[in-house]
Design a protein around this ligand. Structure first.
Ligand SMILES: NC(=O)C1=CN([C@@H]2O[C@H](COP(=O)(O)OP(=O)(O)OC[C@H]3O[C@@H](n4cnc5c(N)ncnc54)[C@H](OP(=O)(O)O)[C@@H]3O)[C@@H](O)[C@H]2O)C=CC1
Ligand SMILES: Nc1nc2c(ncn2[C@@H]2O[C@H](COP(=O)(O)O)[C@@H](O)[C@H]2O)c(=O)[nH]1
Ligand SMILES: [K+]
Length: 480
């Protein structure tokens, strides 16, 4: 990474301040760009879903890992629940999506409740043996009494295919038909997965993030309070593939001792991620204490009020650039955590030298986040998001403490307790957002002449722009 002559600044910068200068390229196609990370986490795209209760749950974990990213289950999920979710994720098919299933006697109301849980837009009605009888989509529920049985509205004209059908063949079977999903069935004809046309396309473009046994990968977080080594050991027993030790101020003694304790565990090939810090000194200390990957970012998060409360933090581009340079010098890596609102932000974090980029709130506004789908006054769908240092999250985390301690802890609120994350009507699923991020990053790489993320960081030339320069880059769908 280098700046255009004269563009190096004496003050810190964030993503909006930076632009990428196109350079002479030998990369002929955007599909020639390899997006795999090199940080030992096994991700094949540089995206990590942040350990936020409003964002990262089992459906998110399954869906994102299938596309090569990683999801960090939050520290507030109880160890037995982490074990259950991890085991579940690891039984998911690596190509076919998990179906939403009802029996013929179930009500249309049940289908309406289930449909927004997954992006594929279909509930499959099965018989007592699990064999598909028909498919219910949103249109089938329109204008129908909510108590109607789904068996009466299901479309029996289904496409069933063996689970080993090549995704391209699934695509061809669906293309041009009114049926939107193919149903994958096992040897006994029982439903085992669903795949849409776009799902089949994605299966040919992305590579799932898989463990040594070919199962989807998942990460989990612990805080720095209590017996961190014991919690970490439970997470390892649960079979998580990456361990994240996370606290607001990662450059503190409690973090260093937590890391040292975690390092003593039998980690096998599980990398340890720790943060958050924003300085080279923080990176050095966390690496010394045993971290393989350092999480970088104080205050850029959409749910985060730390900068307003404390004045503490650092504009994210500069924080990532300094920390990545230090981590690289030590043979380690950084994840850029927070403040991502557009695909360009991911590209710029990678340009700065991050091996992966964490996204939280943006993904809260998708079908796959854990929250219930709600509608605003105008009927537009949204989900609630909240910060992990908000009153809401801290209240839940400390629910077993005594009332006095809870009240004391509640004073240090540094996050928003409720915010509405709208579902983009054109990109309501997390995979739609992954598509646009990966398309953006692939394209950035080719503009810089890079075949891989390492080459991108090496070759990229950056400039600093004015606020008007940034505004110029925004599309103007409504004219001016
Ligand atoms: N990236 C970011 O900018 C931020 C992220 N977060 C996220 O919120 C979640 C909760 O984190 P956290 O608030 O650390 O809670 P934790 O439950 O992890 O506790 C943090 C511990 O560190 C102590 N501590 C000392 N100084 C600080 C400080 N300045 N801020 C916070 N704790 C401090 C606390 O003690 P005591 O309470 O007695 O002071 C407490 O024991 C995490 O997921 C974290 O990533 C939160 C804030 C900023
Ligand atoms: N200061 C706070 N930071 C928070 C809080 N909850 C989460 N976070 C941080 O934000 C990122 C995600 O950023 P986003 O812009 O993608 O939403 C997350 O990983 C944390 O580091 C909070 O309550 N306060
Ligand atoms: K913020």
């Amino acid at each position: 990474m280098r700046f255009l002559d004269g563009h190096e600044t004496h003050y810190d910068l964030t993503y909006d301040d930076i632009f990428v200068v196109p350079g002479r390229s030998t990369v002929e196609s955007r599909f020639d760009v390899d997006l795999a990370t090199s940080d030992g986490t096994g991700a094949t795209i540089p995206i990590v879903v942040a350990n936020m209760t409003a964002v990262a749950g089992r459906r998110m974990a399954e869906t994102v890992a299938r596309r090569g990213g990683l999801v960090v289950l939050p520290q507030d999920v109880a160890p037995d629940a982490v074990a259950e979710i991890t085991a579940w994720v690891k039984t998911r098919h690596t190509v076919w999506d998990t179906p939403l299933v009802l029996r013929a006697g179930d009500a249309v109301a049940d289908a309406v409740n289930l449909l927004p849980k997954r992006a594929h837009g279909a509930v499959v009605v099965v018989d007592g043996e699990g064999r598909p009888l028909g498919v219910v989509d949103e249109a089938a529920c329109h204008g129908v009494d909510r108590f109607t049985r789904v068996g009466e509205v299901a479309n029996p004209d289904v496409v069933t295919l063996p689970m080993d059908t090549a995704p391209r063949d699934v695509f061809d079977r669906l293309h041009g038909r009114s049926t939107k999903v193919a149903l994958g069935v096992d040897d006994e004809g029982r439903l085992a997965g669903v795949l849409t046309e776009v799902g089949a396309l994605r299966a040919e473009i992305y590579t799932p993030a898989l463990d040594a046994d070919g199962r989807l990968r998942v990460a989990a977080a612990t805080g720095v309070n209590g017996d961190v080594a014991a919690r970490a050991a439970e997470l390892l027993d649960a079979g998580v593939d990456v361990l994240v030790v996370d606290t607001a101020h990662g450059h503190q003694e409690k973090m260093l001792s937590a890391l040292q304790a975690v390092r003593k565990l039998d980690l096998g090939s599980v990398p340890v991620v720790a943060g958050n810090v924003v300085t080279a000194a923080g990176v050095r200390d966390l690496v010394d204490a045993g971290a393989d990957v350092i999480k970088v970012g104080v205050g850029p998060g959409a749910m985060c009020t730390t900068r307003m409360m404390t004045g503490v933090g650092r504009p994210q581009f500069s924080a990532v650039a300094e920390c990545a340079a230090q981590a690289r010098a030590l043979g380690k890596h950084v994840w850029a955590d927070g403040g991502v609102r557009h695909p360009r932000d991911v590209a710029l974090a990678l340009a700065a030298g991050a091996s992966s980029v964490m996204v939280g709130s943006w993904f809260a506004g998708t079908y796959e986040s854990p929250g219930d789908l709600q509608r605003d006054e105008a009927g537009r769908p949204y989900k609630e998001s909240f910060g992990m240092a908000s009153k809401r999250a801290v209240g839940a985390r400390t629910r077993n403490d005594n009332a006095f301690d809870r009240a004391r802890k509640g004073l240090f609120e540094e996050g928003i307790s409720t915010s509405r994350m709208r579902l983009d009507p054109l990109r309501p699923g997390v995979e739609d957002l992954l598509d646009s991020i990966c398309a953006g990053v692939r394209s950035s790489c080719t503009y810089a002449g890079a075949h891989s993320l390492e080459e991108f960081h090496e070759l990229v030339v950056l400039g600093v722009q004015s606020a008007a320069g940034f505004a110029e880059g925004r599309p103007l769908p409504g004219g001016w």
